[in-house]
Ligand binder design. Structure first.
Ligand SMILES: Cc1cc2nc3c(=O)[nH]c(=O)nc-3n(C[C@H](O)[C@H](O)[C@H](O)COP(=O)(O)OP(=O)(O)OC[C@H]3O[C@@H](n4cnc5c(N)ncnc54)[C@H](O)[C@@H]3O)c2cc1C
Length: 772
């Protein structure tokens, strides 16, 4: 254990003694009481003495704000600088902090959250009275990168805490260390007592149980499967919740890559995917603070639909779950442990409510509300299986980073280049690579160039003469588009603020291909009314095979304004980034369902509801003529899954999806399709197995979205015998959707049954207009 007595910077030892003398003088003169020195022993066993509680802190890793915010009502007031990881990885939490503490916006940053990315010089410039480092930055304590030694040498007090590497060993001591360092010992003690109570409650109940095998897939979907925690980190949580982390035996360190083949061979009883909003732009699992439950659950379903994963027994048996990844560096992980305990041992922990735990933390301790901006954010608990796919139509976002290929890289055929002028190209390369590495990229150095290998593409980055030189290689045009957009958008994202925005212009392969690879142009070939308010429009298009899927039924239609001489579509710019046409020429985007598709013939048919108050979707259907062109992207959404018994429910907008699924059910399928329509004239002849009964519910003059017909029908359903597994698929108006979801959650058995209940439209609200 090293003994370090350090004064604050600017008050070197002599000045500090002088400070003490002045303090004593002030006390005897009955002036305001000055602080007494504070001595703490950090997680490295170092004893550090501060002249008083710290008030000018630099947080080496921004994420330590999670812990500070549990023991101080205004943690931002204590900071003079912080690592920039918090804003990047926890965008929603940052927004919540900014709403309550606007000063966060001007808080200087001290680089990224690794020992290499951390700027010692910047931290010193900020003149902190305390630097807080996480064990993952400081723990190595070797060579010139030893930040602890550097701060000690500079006479700046530094303490090391840890909520990530060894959460069980270090969480409580770290809270106490922080509490003491900032003069909030009582607050820290109160949280510690709450935390320990919760942990003991789980430990007491567990006893000598059989521990199910668990595989935790970290940052799911953002890179090649499967990055996973080894020992420490989440492994601690799995053990505390009564599970057995199968990756702990495979990985030597805290984290690492386990091959999909290994996971499939070990076939764990439980699969947990972790994600967060930081994965949104790479197409990974999205959930956590500020994310509505439906979004989280859709995102999980998309991950589970990926090739390979869906073969896991855990996925097929409905023992697949998602967890907010950023629980990995905050004492609120206690709620994650409770959630896992419930998943691993449902009977033992039936009464435990992790959301209630988070709510209590939010109410009693947290500087920001933990419920998220939408108010509907759950802590990340969404349980689902099935073959759905991510809705692949988010054009305005950055693309998903292609997944890294195993073994020999594919022969690269297409090459593009960019030469980007900037003041300090090296300042971009490091954070960009680190960020992509978090998404599973392999980053290597070769002859002065940094090479990023991700999915089927490779990028070379090199700094030369005030330029960032980039080369992208990929085997096909779609991957090259992905590579160019991924690199360009991240260059823009990491470009230093205050400098001119970098100008990017790609040359080489693909520079003349502007249309995104998931986008098709469709031409109207036929129009037929199949009932008074349902119009079937047939289209011809090219290369439609990707849309022929029962796992992803839906598409986004791009409907150009009617008076445009020639439609305009989303296109990739010279910089490789996708953009929509200007506002008055931009197509409206609406979701519809593919009713019929024949990729060989190049035909597709969609059914449009001709509703009152027509927006661009219904209006297009009403005026469509052969030869009209629209755009289509996707597919997305979720469709059919296996079950012993089915219940399909929905209004007219769901009819195309229900009709398409019914045709493809196995002949032995049993169950009901219950469909709300205006009246008997809207009924359609649906093709389905004999065991499926169709029930039409007539509104009889009531307006769509105003009745409780579907909810009432749900309450009177005759359910199958107990041993049958159930799949409920429902799509309906928003208020109906909410009511049905509540009823379904009460009725369905989480361990056996599956459901997909989706809002397809909102009465009185156009798709263009954000809901309240
Ligand atoms: C995944 C998915 C798949 C879908 N598939 C289909 C499909 O195959 N066929 C289909 O017709 N619809 C489908 N829908 C529903 C469709 O996207 C919405 O009805 C959409 O609002 C129609 O756009 P719009 O431009 O006509 O109206 P908007 O501009 O969105 O809305 C204008 C007004 O019309 C009202 N409105 C919208 N839809 C209806 C309706 N059905 N009845 C009465 N009033 C309405 C709105 O409340 C609003 O007041 C699907 C929706 C989703 C999410």
């Amino acid at each position: 254990m090293s003994q370090v007595r350090i004064s604050s910077r600017g008050l070197r030892p002599f000045a500090w003694v002088l400070g003490l003398i002045l303090t004593l003088f002030a006390l005897t003169a009955a002036g305001p009481a000055l602080a007494s020195p504070v001595t703490v022993t950090d997680v490295l066993g170092r004893t550090v003495t501060l002249p008083g509680p710290a008030k000018r802190i630099v947080l080496g890793q921004g994420r330590q704000l999670n812990a500070l915010g549990l023991i101080h009502p205004d943690p931002i007031s204590l900071l003079v600088g912080w690592g920039n990881d918090f804003q990047r990885q926890m965008g929603e939490a940052y927004t919540l902090y900014r709403a309550r503490f606007p000063a966060i916006e001007t808080l200087p940053t001290v680089g990224d959250s690794t020992a290499d990315g951390f700027s010692f010089e910047k931290a010193v410039e900020l003149d902190p009275d305390l630097v807080v480092l996480s064990l993952s930055i400081a723990g190595t304590r070797r060579g010139p990168g030893d930040l602890v030694a550097k701060f000690e040498a500079a006479g700046i007090p530094v303490i090391v805490v840890d909520f990530f590497l060894q959460p069980f060993r270090d969480t409580v001591p770290s809270l106490r260390i922080l509490g003491k360092a900032i003069g909030r010992e009582a607050a820290a003690e109160e949280f510690v007592s709450f935390y320990q109570d919760r942990r003991q409650r789980i430990a007491r109940r567990l006893g000598p149980v059989e521990r199910p095998s668990v595989f935790m897939h970290a940052h799911a979907g953002s890179a090649e499967c499967c990055f996973s925690p080894g020992k420490g980190t989440f492994d601690d949580y799995i053990a505390a919740a009564g599970g057995r982390n199968i990756a702990a035996a495979l990985l030597p360190g805290a984290t690492g890559q386990v091959s999909l083949e290994q996971v499939l061979a070990l076939d764990p009883a439980i699969y947990i995917a972790t994600g967060g909003t930081h994965l949104a732009r790479s197409g990974g699992l999205v959930l956590g603070l500020g994310v509505p439950a439906e979004v989280a659950s859709r995102s999980l379903a998309a991950q589970l639909a990926r090739p390979g994963l869906k073969a896991l027994t855990a996925v097929r048996k409905g023992r697949a779950y998602s967890l907010w990844h950023l629980f990995n560096d905050t004492p609120t992980h206690i709620a994650a442990i409770e959630a896992m305990a419930k998943w691993f041992h449902p009977q033992l922990f039936a009464d435990i409510d992790p959301q209630a735990t988070l709510d209590e933390i939010s109410r009693r301790f947290s500087a920001i509300p933990l419920q998220g901006t939408s108010g509907s954010s759950r802590m990340a608990e969404s349980r689902k299986t099935w073959q759905a796919r991510r809705q692949s139509h988010e054009f305005p976002r950055k693309p998903r980073l292609p997944r890294r290929s195993r073994g020999c890289p594919a022969m690269t055929a297409l090459v593009a280049h960019a030469r980007i002028a900037m003041i300090d190209p090296d300042a971009i390369i490091a954070p960009l690579c680190e960020h992509l590495a978090e998404h599973g990229a392999e980053v290597t150095q070769e002859e002065g160039a940094t090479i990023i290998a991700l999915g089927s593409y490779r990028g070379w980055l090199q700094s030369s003469d005030g330029h960032l030189i980039v080369r992208a290689e990929a085997p096909d045009i779609a991957s090259l588009q992905g590579a160019k957009q991924a690199i360009a958008s991240h260059v823009l994202e990491f470009a230093p603020r205050g400098e001119a925005v970098p100008l990017i212009a790609w040359t080489g392969a693909g520079s003349d291909v502007a249309i995104p690879s998931s986008f098709r142009i469709l031409t109207v070939t036929g129009i037929r009314d199949i009932s008074p308010h349902m119009r079937r429009i047939s289209f011809r298009g090219e290369d439609l095979a990707r849309f022929d899927s029962l796992e992803a039924l839906h598409v986004r239609l791009f409907l150009p304004p009617p008076d445009l001489a020639a439609p305009e579509w989303p296109t990739f710019g010279e910089d490789g980034i996708l953009r929509m046409p200007e506002t008055d020429k931009a197509p409206a985007v609406r979701k519809y369902t593919i009713r019929e598709i024949n990729p060989v013939a190049g035909t597709v048919a969609l059914d449009f509801v001709l509703h009152e108050d027509a927006g661009p979707g219904a209006a297009f259907a009403a005026r469509a003529r052969p030869g009209d062109r629209i755009g289509m992207a996707g597919p997305g959404g979720r469709g059919l899954r296996e079950a012993d018994w089915y219940l399909f429910m929905g209004d007219e907008t769901a009819l195309p999806a229900i009709g398409r699924m019914l045709v493809h059910l196995p002949s032995t399928a049993r169950g009901f399709a219950v469909i709300e329509i205006a009246d008997a004239e809207e009924e359609q002849a649906l093709v389905c197995p004999a065991g499926i009964q169709i029930r039409w519910l007539h509104r009889q003059g009531a307006e769509a979205g105003t009745t409780t017909l579907l909810q009432d029908a749900f309450d009177t359903v005759t359910w199958p015998s107990d041993d049958a597994t159930v799949y409920l698929w429902a799509a309906l108006e928003h208020s109906d959707f909410k009511a049905l979801r509540v009823a379904a959650r009460k009725r369905l058995r989480p361990e056996r049954d599956h459901h997909l209940i989706v809002s397809y439209w909102r009465r009185g609200i156009s798709e263009d207009r954000p809901a309240d």
